[in-house]
Design a protein around this ligand. Structure first.
Ligand code: SAM
Length: 263
């Protein structure tokens, strides 16, 4: 009986995968990969003889292709092998199900077709961000949005918490056909953020290192400078809190405690 297991390769080459993930990769009949570089594909090939990159489904130079079509073609390629009763592994970088729809689509469709399918957790870019920036997101809470979704929908950031904007290099790119945005759209994002943050608020462009020999990119800039910043497909924007946490006096009263009772 065919089956599908989606695993994460972590962000840093070979060093952020658990033993269970490695075993699934080793024991698979076929491994489909979507990873950031050839190094990771080569590492996967040391674990399994049949590793097939899904990168070729993205638009080729000169081609205009909606990423929704790309993702469905990737899923179709994997499900052909599941229906051929193979043990299929889909190895995606980071956490396979965080800001990544291919694994969710593939698992849903495999199950609809009567096959076993599941996901193993991986180390996401956000997990690396908290480690590299030395921030405990639990200290004041955090919100995490895809940058374009943050712009298009009525998300309201909490200025007392950390705000993480994924795919910042694509902010406002709604066509799903391009891999970059424009300065004008980044200006619109900054203008939107000014409802909650001052123009000189310090934000961080973060890029986790893909290789152990590299250092992460941690660039502090003023919010005003975002449109001119160098943004890449692996950039994530962290907007630190702008205000201290404020107590909820109504809740304290309900609980029968005062500020003095808090540790
Ligand atoms: N599934 C991936 C994960 O768990 O990290 C996320 C995939 S999402 C489609 C791509 C976005 O993840 C990028 O635009 C960026 O926001 C973030 N990202 C990917 N690689 C990164 C890196 N090395 N450093 C920081 N952020 C990264």
């Amino acid at each position: 009986q065919g089956q599908l297991v989606c695993v994460g390769t972590g962000v840093q080459l070979a060093g952020q995968v658990g033993q269970l993930t490695v075993s699934y990769i080793e024991l698979a009949d076929v491994v489909f990969s979507l990873v950031p570089d050839g190094f990771t594909d080569r590492w996967l090939s040391t674990l399994n003889a049949d590793v097939r990159s899904l990168q070729g489904y993205y638009a080729q130079p000169g081609e205009i292709k909606n990423r929704r079509d790309t993702y469905q073609q990737m899923v179709d390629a994997m499900l052909v092998e599941v229906r051929a009763n193979k043990r299929v592994v889909c190895a995606l970088y980071g956490h396979p199900g965080v800001f990544s729809c291919v694994s969710h689509l593939a698992i849903t469709q495999a199950k609809q077709q009567g096959f076993k399918a599941k996901m193993l957790a991986g180390v996401s870019a956000e997990a690396c961000l908290w480690a590299d920036l030395g921030i405990d997101p639990g200290s004041c809470g955090h919100q995490s949005y895809e940058a374009t979704q943050f712009m298009l929908y009525q998300h309201v950031p909490n200025p007392c918490a950390h705000l993480v904007l994924w795919q910042i290099a694509l902010a406002g790119e709604h066509t799903l056909t391009k891999f970059s945005t424009t300065k004008q759209r980044l200006h619109i994002l900054v203008e939107h953020l000014l409802q909650w943050y001052p123009i000189d608020h310090q934000v961080i462009i973060y890029e986790a290192a893909n290789l152990a020999v590299q250092s992460p990119r941690i660039e502090h800039i003023a919010l005003a400078d975002l449109p001119d910043a160098r943004l890449t497909t692996i950039s994530t924007l962290l907007i630190p809190p702008q205000q201290a946490l404020a107590l909820n006096p109504a809740m304290l009263a309900k609980l029968g405690i005062s500020e003095m009772d808090l540790g």
